[in-house]
Design a protein. Structure first.
Ligand code: FNR
Length: 381
């Protein structure tokens, strides 16, 4: 049994166990991947102030995100095709999140459906919505999320057009995978993954198949999805969705101070500083680089969350120190899932929780809600 001590160990194991098409899908950024690399790379120059001889008893990582209690301010980000990293992946990840007391966010483009995840979990999860041209379909998705008891809607605004990912194009990404000779050869070397997939019926986009007009199979689905991202999306649509949903609303994909002010004015409860994990606009600033100016621009008007490049508890606490109320992790939990299923997502959360707790202690704090820029070395951020 491989010893897993950090997120990188999970990544290496996932790369061994998940067919290349799906591992690459998770691991890729767009074009040159410069923003993808900057997302994690830009955490490194930020330095902590180490403090000593401070009482470190009774430490607490508990906080809230959009008014909901979280055992630590780290949520699982919405990721498409999660059920292709591991059979029933969304259900397994949601269960691990539930066990750790942190939010799980189900993507519109998930393999397991909203109803499926709700049937296999006991805590409310969050649902992520893409704005599509077919407004009747959006209304149905919102109603389904409400009926499933979802406790927040994460509205993603940075995918009107799709950033090109070279690896996906080369691999001919599809779900389920096309059974070409190259794919079959690659999958033959991943017996655990294959056995899992044989044991489940969830292999297509669960929220969409059978629900969108004219979509009955994978090829019509792919054509439908390409046409559906709405090029005319505006803040009026955001207000319309907010009214229809009526609950906690989180706007995802904000990288600009002016957009952050518009998000605050839209009446949303939170915004997520995010460049989609470096998968959309290559050449955009890293999320951690964009965070301080956005936090300053909105003051306390709206909760500021962030994602992108977090690979450790140290990264989490740096984001909190620079103004985030909470953060999301995408690839780290996908690596855990691909490596070890639900146990791997739990391992990922356990690693991050321990690193967060110990780093907070080294900085001389006992309560994560008290973290601010004072824990950072001036001039390093
Ligand atoms: C994503 N992301 C994403 N975001 C979203 O709003 N809806 C989605 O369906 C997806 N799908 C998706 C798939 C995969 C494989 C990845 C890696 C990411 C973006 C995601 O929510 C988040 O913004 C990033 O993953 C954060 O960066 P890290 O933590 O992966 O570095």
């Amino acid at each position: 049994m491989t010893t897993i001590t950090c997120i990188e160990d999970l990544r290496v194991l996932a790369q061994r166990r998940v067919p290349r098409m799906f591992y690459d899908y998770a691991d890729a950024g767009s074009w040159t991947e410069s923003t993808y690399r900057a997302n994690s790379g830009d955490f490194a120059p930020i330095k902590f102030r180490q403090r000593v001889a401070v009482n470190l008893e009774n430490r607490s990582l508990a906080s809230t995100m959009v008014g909901q209690a979280v055992a630590m301010p780290v949520a699982l980000a919405p990721t498409g095709l999660t059920g292709m990293q591991h059979a029933d992946g969304e259900i397994l990840a949601a269960r691990a999140a539930e066990q750790f007391g942190v939010p799980f966010t189900l993507s519109t483009m998930s393999i397991c459906s909203i109803e499926d995840v709700a049937a296999h979990t006991t805590q409310p999860f969050w649902f992520q919505l893409y704005v599509m041209k077919d407004r009747a379909f959006i209304e149905r998705l919102i109603e389904r999320a409400k009926a499933a008891g979802c406790s927040a809607l994460v509205l993603t605004l940075d995918l009107q057009v799709l950033g090109q990912r070279h690896k996906d194009l080369r691999n001919g990404l599809s779900a389920p995978p096309r059974l070409t000779a190259a794919n079959l050869l690659n999958m033959a070397g991943k017996p655990r993954w294959c056995l899992g997939m044989l044991g489940t019926r969830r292999r297509g986009f669960g929220n969409i198949i059978g629900h969108a007009t004219s979509v009955s199979d994978m090829s019509s689905l792919s054509a439908w999805t390409q046409q559906q991202f709405d090029l005319s999306l505006s803040w009026h649509d955001v207000e319309w969705i907010k009214r229809r949903w009526g609950g906690k609303l989180i706007i995802k994909g904000i990288m600009d101070a002016e957009d952050a002010r518009l998000a605050a004015a839209s009446g949303a409860d939170a915004l997520i500083v995010s460049n989609h994990g470096g998968r959309q606009l290559d050449g955009a600033q890293s999320s951690i680089g964009a965070l301080p100016a956005i936090a300053a621009a909105v003051g306390g008007q709206i909760e500021v969350h962030m994602d992108g490049g977090i690979r450790s508890g140290q990264d989490v606490i740096k984001a909190l120190a620079l103004g985030a109320r909470g953060v999301y992790i995408g690839r780290p939990f996908l690596y855990g899932l691909g490596a070890l299923g639900q146990a791997g997502v739990s391992k990922c959360l356990d690693i991050i929780r321990n690193e967060l707790d110990l780093t907070m202690a080294f900085c001389g704090l006992r309560d994560v809600t008290r973290v601010d820029h004072n824990i950072l070395l001036p001039g390093s951020f």
